[in-house]
Design a protein around this ligand. Structure first.
Ligand SMILES: Cc1cc2nc3c(=O)[nH]c(=O)nc-3n(C[C@H](O)[C@H](O)[C@H](O)COP(=O)(O)O)c2cc1C
Length: 413
């Protein structure tokens, strides 16, 4: 394996390991300025690794729509092992999922119902980990800022400043029905989330009691102590894909977590749209991350065999169909071959495919990085196995490629 020149270009500051980017892309990369954020002192989401890594959804059995017996199901011993591996590798973040129940109504024993409550699990993961940011996921419509502001502050104190929140507008009618609620229409959900964040920030900052009378919520004698450690507040993630979602993320989020369609040109456009909107309209930086499933093989054939084992031969077709129907109204009309591809991709874990040899996976990450992506949340059928392989084979190549620096665990006084 040839080694890669790690010295930045003196004119552009671009890392040769990442290739020379056209001017527009350098501009959007500079907009991130993650290392100037004071929260970088405690929260690795703001460190200066060009390509950050995290784990997605391991409080739940929601990703990888597969009947393969090895499919991940959350237990506390497995969560402990995941926390240990994440600390060892130096992944930047663990992000929980909020779904509340599985994707179809007629099978109470189906594995997709199994989910630890995101904030309770996040607090426990906070206590047993030392390095990553720990993210609780919530729906604005199903809770109140008085609760979430305090929950996030509690996790920020448990971790010494590594807490964060993932605010989702939500899309599952069944999840909302479980709370006796009808899901609000798309734009109303985002207006609700806007108001929620304004009130939550007030709870995080107010030194005096406050009242609030809004369209969606009320507060009387509001006060929340202790305040979070991170200033101005814990890291905020927003997961969404629509234009309305993009505006919300550009305005409020430190990380916009989104799907990337198409190839490199389309990725670049999607990512730049977030960063330009945040910088232009709201004068703030936003990182853009996506998620993907990871299969690391010694050979490409070995990785592809494992993928087709769990995502084709053991695809949970009923689950995939229910999921695609749930996405329903926003999904584009697809040709039959596109539908087969989309179904396989959801069975595999959804999002980007990171399947192949370590070198192939790092090549794909390098392309994503060149398009301006700041980080990737990973999922796997067997996350402990994936993390062990990432640690020994993929992460060292990422370091050679200039995507990450070697992990050094900070010394806690
Ligand atoms: C990467 C990603 C992660 C998401 N995670 C969740 C989640 O944990 N719970 C949930 O109910 N919705 C989740 N969603 C769906 C969002 O809540 C959002 O409602 C959905 O994407 C529709 O909004 P949009 O039209 O702006 O995309 C996620 C979406 C994306 C793209």
């Amino acid at each position: 394996m040839p080694s890669i020149n790690m010295t930045p270009d003196p004119r552009s500051g671009a890392h040769p390991g990442l290739g020379i980017l056209p001017t527009g892309h350098l501009m959007s990369a500079r907009l991130d300025q993650p290392s100037t954020d004071s929260r970088a002192a405690t929260n690795p989401i703001f460190n200066d690794n060009p390509f950050k890594l995290g784990l997605f959804c391991h409080n739940a059995s929601v990703i990888q729509m597969s009947t393969a017996p090895e499919k991940y199901s959350p237990t506390w011993p497995r969560s402990l092992e995941i926390a240990r591996l994440v600390d060892t590798i130096g992944l930047e973040v663990i992000v929980s999922f909020a779904g509340w129940r599985g994707a179809y109504p007629d099978d109470p024993k189906h594995c997709s119902h199994r989910e630890y409550e995101p904030f309770t699990w996040a607090a426990a993961m906070a206590a047993v980990s030392k390095y990553p940011a720990i993210i609780g996921t919530f729906h604005a419509q199903l809770t109140h800022p008085a609760f979430v502001a305090k929950a996030a502050s509690t996790i920020d104190h448990i971790t010494g400043g590594r807490a964060g929140l993932n605010v989702v507008a939500g899309s599952s009618r069944l999840a909302f029905a479980q709370f006796g609620q009808t899901i609000e229409d798309h734009d109303t959900r985002y207006e609700h989330s806007d108001e929620f964040l304004a009130v939550m920030k007030k709870f995080w900052s107010a030194e005096e009691e406050f009242d609030f009378d809004g369209r969606f919520m009320k507060v009387r004698h509001g006060i929340s102590e202790p305040k979070p450690i991170q200033s101005p507040h814990p890291a905020i993630i927003n997961a969404g894909v629509s234009e309305r979602g993009r505006r919300f993320a550009a305005r409020h989020a430190d990380i916009a977590l989104t799907h990337l369609r198409g190839g490199e040109d389309e990725w670049r456009e999607i990512i730049a749209a977030y960063k330009m909107l945040a910088a232009g309209e709201y004068q703030r930086p936003v990182q853009v991350w996506t998620h993907g499933y990871v299969v690391v093989g010694d050979t490409e054939a070995e990785a592809n065999d494992y993928l087709s084992y769990y995502a084709e031969r053991h695809a949970d077709k009923r689950w995939v169909d229910a999921w695609i129907a749930e996405l329903g109204e926003n999904a584009p009309t697809l040709r039959p071959d596109q539908l087969v591809h989309m179904s396989r991709n959801w069975a595999a874990g959804g999002g980007q495919s990171l399947v192949g040899t370590p070198g192939m996976i790092v090549d794909k990450m390098t392309k994503l990085s060149r398009a301006g992506l700041n980080g990737m949340l990973m999922t796997a059928l067997e996350p402990e196995l994936m993390l062990s392989r990432m640690h020994t084979t993929v992460v060292p190549l990422m370091e050679q490629a200039g995507l990450r620096r070697p992990h050094v665990m900070p010394q806690v006084a």
